[in-house]
Write a protein that binds this ligand. Structure first.
Ligand SMILES: O=C(O)CCC(=O)C(=O)O
Ligand SMILES: [Mn+2]
Length: 203
């Protein structure tokens, strides 16, 4: 596990995991360009979730990309990943330069406005292995991101700026939930990229 404390990047969590907020790693113009390219080029699909046995289509759109067309299961639905786009390779490599971590897949989320968000969860799918490292890059509208300790319920929030990077590692997924709360204050879209390492590739 990598330690970023001496780079001036602070761990937001008081205990039980590590969430490092690196702030903006892209200049405004670059972040804008990536937003536009990904908005147009990514094969967005509406997210389907199963709640109490019912299939519900959410407004938020998602897409998975990676080095191979592996199968992934997300909210109980299995789909095939698409092959990296050049923009995703650039961002993946930038994230590697900054964090030292290599990722073989990326989940993208498109929130059309503050009316869309993501409810409390942890990223603990078996494919990610124990104590996954997740690098989250934000583009577009600024949104609040909240972490909540599973036992103490203590909350920690951070505003994810456009072009910024957040890295979760260690026991964060085991001990903390996270969410992107809905808000009436935001009317602009946001794209979030979470780079992940799928340990067991299924095809
Ligand atoms: O949009 C975000 O910042 C969070 C996304 C997230 O938690 C996820 O995709 O698992
Ligand atoms: Mn998540």
């Amino acid at each position: 596990m990598k330690n970023f404390q001496n780079t001036g990047v602070r761990n937001l969590l008081p205990e039980g995991g590590e969430a490092f907020y690196f702030g903006k790693i892209l200049e405004e113009k670059e972040a804008d360009d990536f937003f536009k390219q990904l908005y147009d080029k990514v094969e967005w699909t509406q997210d389907e979730v199963i709640i109490f046995g019912k299939r519900i289509v959410t407004k938020r759109e998602t897409a998975w990309y990676g080095a191979t067309d592996f199968d992934y299961t997300y909210s109980k639905i299995t789909r095939k990943a698409r092959l990296w786009l050049p923009e995703l390779v650039s961002l993946r490599d930038l994230v590697k330069d900054i964090t030292g971590y290599e990722f073989n897949s990326c989940l993208l989320n498109l929130y059309h406005s503050g009316e869309e968000g993501m409810s409390w969860h942890s990223d603990a799918e078996a494919e990610l292995g124990k104590d996954p490292v997740i690098a989250s890059l934000s583009l577009g509208a600024e949104r609040k991101f909240v972490l909540k300790n599973k036992i103490s319920k203590e909350k920690v929030s951070v505003v994810l700026e456009p072009g910024s990077l957040l890295l979760m590692q260690g026991e964060t997924q085991k001990n903390w939930l996270h969410s992107l709360p809905k808000t009436k204050k935001v009317h602009e879209p946001r794209i979030n990229l979470t780079f992940r390492e799928i340990k067991k590739i299924r095809k």
